[in-house]
Design a protein around this ligand. Structure first.
Ligand SMILES: Cc1cc2nc3c(=O)[nH]c(=O)nc-3n(C[C@H](O)[C@H](O)[C@H](O)COP(=O)(O)OP(=O)(O)OC[C@H]3O[C@@H](n4cnc5c(N)ncnc54)[C@H](O)[C@@H]3O)c2cc1C
Length: 475
């Protein structure tokens, strides 16, 4: 193996592995270093996303959704079931298999694109002639040099002060995806994306789930109307969400966990549970990088400081994904990875932060792109709004899933689409049309004039566009 590379990528999560592949496509000699390992000690590229994030959570969401459907909705379709049960071990084994397929897929892609993959930890050793020396510690320890370095070391779960994750009673996202039996009572702290998704999995499987949230409003970043609709659905499902709480002492014992807290009214209460999942945000992974040896600038959170192009304060050193500012989303990391590789090649890589979609894979799903109604009001933008409920959509009725709506916001003068907000079935897929429309600066009339297949959920997007002009046809 060569010891001198054009590009060295540290981290093989969605930001890093995609940057490495794109750089290799552009003709560079690339090495990608990643330390994640399987239980057996083998390489497991894909980062948080593949190993303990996007992929395993969606695998468990799917399995638990099937169980929920079988238990509560199959009868409506005339399907009778007896002896329905959950084999958690099999569910987790399937999830692990899905993860492994993704790990193996990335190893294959590295081979196909001639990216040298190094399994172990990478850290800065020194500035070198025309680049940087990176120390790699895996089964062996060696030094390699790179003219350009891309840091994509991601993030880790934030623990509550004084309450470390033991992954037995107090769980991070990692432990939350490995609970071996359905807990009777599950407590969560944090009702963000991860909290809601993890809470949904275990609620569907039969746990009594309570989520404690410090903020007074539910899903504050989401359009209020959409958040309200989602909350109504979660309440109906029995997902208990307490807002405006102040968490106090947390005690673990053989029996489980007890969380002392004050509710929004100021009453002192205790929540006893078998397990506690803490999902209160994530911290950038920069501690092991030896950043100080080369003078790499970090901010007060430990994130790498970058400009709009993902350039750090050091020439030839870039950083992408969760380890830098911006939303902690896999597709944002990927877009930055591609853009950086292209900038290294002298091209004009580009990431449009205004059209990054957000998705929460609960049931109903929540997805949005662009500005919310509250943001438009705060920005003083005159807008028109159109909504269309899935209740009036033929495909949603046939699916038996009519919760929610599509909401479209367009500029009152130009009609340009400024935001699309969806709560309902397959919102994660429907949002792609809205992202595309906004990328092409479409007007709501453009979407209203496009032929959408019938019957399809996407007709709700067209109808919401028609509703902007107060001429929905089916509602
Ligand atoms: C439960 C959960 C569900 C999620 N679901 C979604 C979702 O549905 N959609 C979505 O868009 N996002 C989701 N996310 C967020 C998403 O996982 C992250 O935004 C994404 O993984 C960030 O990618 P990254 O490449 O920046 O970092 P990471 O994926 O964190 O990868 C960083 C990699 O770098 C490695 N590394 C760190 N330091 C070193 C070092 N010094 N040497 C070598 N290797 C190192 C790490 O081991 C890791 O493999 C979810 C996150 C969680 C926790």
């Amino acid at each position: 193996m060569s010891k001198n590379f054009d590009v060295i990528v540290i981290g093989a999560g969605p930001g890093g592995y995609i940057a490495a592949i794109r750089a290799a496509q552009l003709g560079f000699q690339v090495a990608c270093i990643d330390e994640w390992q399987t239980a057996a000690g083998g390489p497991a590229p894909g980062g948080t996303c593949t190993n303990v994030g996007c992929i395993p959570s969606k695998a468990l969401l799917q399995s638990s959704e099937y169980f929920d459907q079988a238990g509560h909705h199959f009868a409506e379709h005339g399907i009778q079931l007896q002896g329905l049960g959950v084999d958690v071990a099999q569910m987790l084994a399937r999830k692990d298999q899905v993860v492994k397929q993704n790990n193996d897929g990335i190893l294959y892609l590295f081979k196909k694109n001639k990216v040298s993959f190094l399994h172990g930890r990478g850290r800065f050793a020194a500035k070198a002639d025309g680049g940087y020396e990176i120390k790699f510690t895996g089964k062996t320890e060696e030094s390699i040099t790179g003219k350009q370095i891309v840091i994509a070391t991601g993030s880790s779960a934030r623990a509550l002060p004084g309450v470390p994750f033991d992954e037995v009673h107090v769980l991070s996202n990692d432990g939350a995806l490995r609970i071996g039996a359905v807990p009777k009572k599950l407590a969560l702290i944090g009702s963000g994306v991860i909290g809601l998704e993890m809470g949904s999995v275990w609620r569907r499987l039969g746990a009594e789930v309570t989520i404690l949230e410090g903020l007074p409003t539910f899903l504050g970043a989401v359009d209020e109307q959409i958040a309200k609709e989602a909350k109504k659905a979660f309440d109906k499902q029995g997902l208990k969400i307490e807002l405006g709480v102040q968490v106090g002492e947390i005690k673990s014992s053989q029996k489980g966990v007890s969380v002392a807290y004050r509710n929004a009214k100021g009453e002192a209460l205790t929540l006893d549970a078998d397990k506690l999942i803490v999902s209160i945000g994530r911290v950038p992974n920069t501690t092991g990088l030896n950043a100080q040896v080369v003078g790499l600038q970090l901010d007060e959170r430990g994130a790498i400081v970058v400009d709009a192009d993902c350039k750090t304060n050091l020439p030839g050193v870039w950083a992408v994904g969760d380890v830098v500012r911006g939303p902690m989303l896999a597709h944002k990391a990927e877009e930055e990875g591609v853009a950086v590789a292209e900038r290294i090649a002298g091209q004009h890589g580009h990431v449009n932060f205004n059209t990054i979609p957000w998705v929460i894979y609960t049931s109903p799903e929540i997805a949005w792109v662009g500005r919310t109604e509250q943001q438009l009001k705060a920005d003083g933008v005159a807008y028109k709004a159109g909504t269309f409920p899935f209740l009036a959509n033929g495909r949603a009725r046939a699916l038996g899933d009519t919760t929610g709506m599509v909401k479209m916001l367009a500029d009152a003068v130009t009609d340009e689409v400024l935001g699309v907000h969806i709560v309902g079935p397959l919102a994660s897929e429907l949002i792609a049309e809205a992202v595309m429309a906004m990328e092409f600066k479409a007007s709501s009339e453009d979407i209203a004039r496009i032929c959408h297949a019938h019957p399809s959920l996407s007709e709700a997007t067209k109808e919401a566009a028609l509703a902007v002009d107060k001429r929905a046809l089916n509602f």
